[in-house]
Design a protein around this ligand. Sequence first.
Ligand code: CAA
Length: 284
Amino acid sequence: MGIERVGIVGGGQMGAGIAEVCIKAGVDVFVHEINDDLAAAARSRVEKSLGRAVEKGKLDETGRNEALSLLRTGSDLDAMADRDLVVEAVIEDEGIKKALFEDLDRIVESTSAILASNTSSIPITRIGQATSRPEAVVGMHFFNPAPVMPLVEIVRSPVSSDDTVERAASFAADRLGKTVVHAKDRAGFIVNMLLCPYIIDAIRMYESGFATKEDIDAGMVNGAGYPMGPLTLSDLIGNDTMLAVAESLFEEFREARYAPPPLLKRMVEAGLLGRKTGQGFYSY
Ligand code: CAA
């Protein structure tokens, strides 16, 4: 069965970015948010991003209008009933994700529909077990900013079916034009397992007073050719997400290199860093 109707749960940075990628590829998209104001905000995120693309001459007016005509947003989860693929992109909270997958299991009608999670770190196996169809559950991990970063990690649980994995991978590669890599269901998959310790080390370096945040970032941009420094990147990802990823990695592997730095933990827990407040290392 082809994938023509996509649902995205969560219209934040990642959800809106994934929606943009899908509508630009000609796919019908419904984005769910928890209330109408957030649903409208999700739409305006996508509109702004497409507006920037038009200003830069990367997209013409017709292309923008065609893409936007494929986008609906709203707060009624029942609108997911006719979707061929649902991508969950809500906050990194296992309880919230599991409750959502239970709802999606009840709502999404087609037995060949794929239920995907954009989780950065929560095991797909555990998310899948919240449904009566774990074989249809897979990880589709996009990277931030989703319209720009080419990669999608496809993550299979021990019970994801070959058909689910193949169709999710082929949709990401052939329809969305993304580069696909495959990972098994271990915390961090491929990219975060390598990226997270690097960012954690940068936070520890800053925390210890060894160097300023500006110099740490400038060091990696100018000395190692990274597009942005690790602390700027942690701010872009969202420090609350970074903490959740570090905690998942540490829980799974119990290795000190994944342990969340106290500064990150305390500041996120105190609401001083994180996407909710929009504050990052460079807010201070
Ligand atoms: N949405 C759409 N397009 C965007 C965008 C956004 N949010 N941000 C930037 N762009 C586009 C710009 O329009 C620009 O396009 P053109 O070149 O066609 O004009 C292009 O990206 C470059 O942007 P800028 O010139 O503004 O800035 P830049 O050259 O500094 O690039 C960046 C910005 C693409 C974010 C770059 O700094 C970068 O690649 N940073 C690293 C990002 C990264 O590592 N992401 C992965 C994070 S890990 C993750 O997401 C997984 C997880 O689970 C935590």
